[in-house]
Design a protein around this ligand. Sequence first.
Ligand code: ADP
Ligand code: MG
Length: 238
Amino acid sequence: MQKTGKVLLQVNNLFKVYGSGENAVNALDGVDISVFEGELLVILGSSGSGKSTLLNLLGGMDIPSKGAVLFRETDIGKYSDRELTSYRRNHVGFVFQSFNLIGELTVRENVKLTADLKSNPNKVEETLDILGLSEKKDKYPSQLSGGQQQRVAIARALASNADILLCDEPTGALDYETGKQILVQLQDLTRNHGKTVIIVTHTKEISMMANRVIVMKDGKVIREENNASPVSADMIDW
Ligand code: ADP
Ligand code: MG
């Protein structure tokens, strides 16, 4: 399925410099990309290429040195504090390599933290169901496998109604088979639940499951590819 739909996120001439003078690092060096609604986008690049920096800027977690990130045609850099908080809380969800769950809370409570219960009181149950976690809802993170913990983190990122999931090396801390199951879940969210998913990775094979691939090197986009027939996540090997 070729994605030619609406642009959800637009990145214009984005720069991010860490430090100053001799120690300055150009983490992003003039990046232009579009993210389309409902696509699975893989951002591929070796360590240090600027992937996490880009993801943080897309999620409104950091401020660019220059350039802009537009969400549905509005510059998130021009948001008020309140609008930015709302963007982070309601429109984007982060999934990290380390699952970042709260150990003292059950699965259900972890997901409930971000859930939009006002517009949908059943949100927690529904989200747990989509991720196949209904039977684990009263367990604590330490009672779960790594793959299950990562699914809780995905559920938590989704429970707010997030349109976009920003996943930074989401299989990095998992064994091969478990990592694959997580990728199957992420692909299912784009195919069957209308979500937009961005996966950042240094594993080339993972890009086969994407609708589009953006390759980064030294803070720049060096290649962009459409994938007319993405492979099912359970069919890829690495
Ligand atoms: P990736 O996620 O692709 O590994 P990053 O976005 O984490 O790359 O980093 C890009 C570059 O920016 C690297 O050279 C890294 O060392 C540098 N960098 C990232 N975060 C910081 C920071 N907070 N302070 C200074 N340098 C940083
Ligand atoms: Mg990174």
